[in-house]
Design a protein. Structure first.
Length: 295
């Protein structure tokens, strides 16, 4: 057994069973739906199908990150057991959670001077962040130390590529990420924006693709362009989807056909309730290891 805990936030968007199987601990974000408080606990409080249907029906959602006091209580449970902690946070480009984690770390370092808490900014989100966690779990299981796994994460996290598209612009308009006029025109022209995550962990619109069929092909083309070894890519590939499984399955089928050396089948997860509160239904995200993000 390792002498440290590998930890992340629920926004890594893997299943509860997946985290448990890999020995990855997690702390939960929070959200509100129509004024009622929920914990973003991987679909346990509210099934994802129900969550996205409620959004489609007009429910209002808000999210809140983990605060410093919650992180402190969470980390302390491990420190009391004599364990060190490697915690990986949701990207600072879309959340301030890492600031809360660092405050908790500083407070606890005085109380537990013989223990270590190392915090990594994943610069990732959803199951891309989850794919990073899986790799770190592999390194831990191979016997690498807390410091070695931390160093690997810092050196390689930008090699995790994130590409997203959305077939429903409603919540991008609501959140102010696109104007009402642009959203109206996009709807009329059947435009599906294609985005990726930059080197600062921010979601950046890259292309405006007409029709869902074309954007599904294009996102797989981007994987071929950026994946490690191109069509000979032999790593894992994860997809997240927000209430649009058929679209995600179409992407997965193309990926599996084009990349014959994949490490296993494409794993399809839900976009969790924190990130999904902002994207709404209709988003598909594709994650793989590849060229280092530089912009």
């Amino acid at each position: 057994m390792s002498d440290y805990i590998l930890s992340c936030c629920s926004t890594a968007d893997l299943t509860k069973e997946h985290f448990e199987k890999r020995g990855i601990s997690y702390i939960c974000f929070h959200y509100q739906m129509d004024g009622k408080q929920y914990t973003d606990n991987l679909g346990q409080s509210m099934p994802f199908e129900k969550f996205y249907q409620a959004m489609a029906d007009g429910a209002e959602t808000k999210t809140s990150q983990v605060n410093a006091e919650e992180y402190q209580a969470y980390f302390e449970t491990f420190l009391k057991q004599g364990k060190d902690v490697l915690h990986v946070c949701l990207s600072s480009g879309i959340s301030g959670a890492i600031n809360s984690a660092m405050i908790a770390k500083e407070e606890l370092s005085q109380k537990y001077p013989k223990r270590q808490i190392l915090v990594v900014d994943s610069l990732g989100a959803s199951s891309g962040y989850g794919l990073l966690m899986d790799q770190l779990a592999d390194l831990r299981d191979q016997g690498q130390s807390l410091q070695q796994v931390y160093d690997w994460a810092e050196q390689h996290k930008l090699e995790l590529n994130h590409w997203f598209f959305s077939t429903d612009l409603t919540f991008y308009i609501k959140g102010g990420r696109i104007s009402k006029t642009a959203g109206f025109i996009g709807g009329v022209l059947n435009i599906c924006p294609l985005l990726n995550m930059d080197d600062q962990g921010r979601l950046i619109p890259r292309f405006k693709i007409r029709t869902k069929k074309k954007v599904i092909r294009t996102i797989v083309d981007k994987m071929e362009e950026y994946a490690r070894d191109g069509r000979d890519y032999s790593g894992k590939c994860y997809i997240s989807q927000s209430g649009c499984y058929e679209d995600a399955r179409a992407v997965a089928d193309l990926v599996e056909a084009r990349f014959p050396h994949l490490n296993g089948k494409v794993l399809i997860n839900y976009v969790g309730t924190t990130i999904g509160s902002h994207t709404g239904p209709g988003t598909v995200a594709l994650f793989f290891w590849g060229k280092k993000r530089t912009e």
